[in-house]
Design a protein around this ligand. Structure first.
Ligand code: CA2
Length: 146
């Protein structure tokens, strides 16, 4: 059966490919979106978004309730700071997969914890932009098993 998967991106991810390539690589967010669309199975519809605003991210998670089957999310720095984002994700019924491009555990200690991880079925960090495809494929596998 066809299903909708939200791929949500938090703050500063619009800057990918434009600065800090040594940490985040040279691909842009548009490249990542194209990669996800190419990797998605035929029965997945992808809704790919980015925002720099915490409230917008919360509203997108609310919108996903009753609409999307799964959420793949790179929360950016909000993963480390936002209890509100965790609470919003707890109101969503389907699988949540958390993606970080960089290996957050190899970086500053304030990046080592993520509130989102408390809700996520799986967490991928340090796989570069391939982590998005891994998160998407894991979401699809979990949906097929339902
Ligand atoms: O590794 C990741 O994907 C992160 O979620 C990226 C966030 C960072 O705050 C998290 O700790 C880990 C940052 C988003 C990208 O920020 C950029 C800033 C300048 C230039 C390019 C990207």
């Amino acid at each position: 059966m066809a299903h909708l998967i939200f791929i949500l991106n938090g703050p500063n991810l619009n800057l990918l490919g434009k600065r800090e390539p040594q940490i985040y690589g040279s691909e842009t967010l548009a490249d990542i979106e194209a990669k996800c669309r190419a990797a998605a199975s035929a029965d997945s519809e992808i809704d790919f978004r980015q925002t720099n605003h915490e409230g917008t991210l919360l509203e997108w998670v609310h919108e996903a309730r009753g609409k999307a089957a799964a959420i793949v999310i790179n929360p950016g720095a909000y993963g480390h700071t936002s209890v509100a984002l965790l609470d919003a994700l707890k109101s969503f019924d389907g699988p949540v997969l958390e993606v970080h491009i960089s290996n957050i555990h190899q970086r500053e200690s304030f990046r080592h914890t993520s509130f989102v991880s408390l809700r996520a079925e799986g967490v991928i960090a340090g796989f570069g932009t391939d982590g998005y495809v891994a998160g998407l494929q894991r979401a699809e596998k979990l949906l097929r098993a339902k």
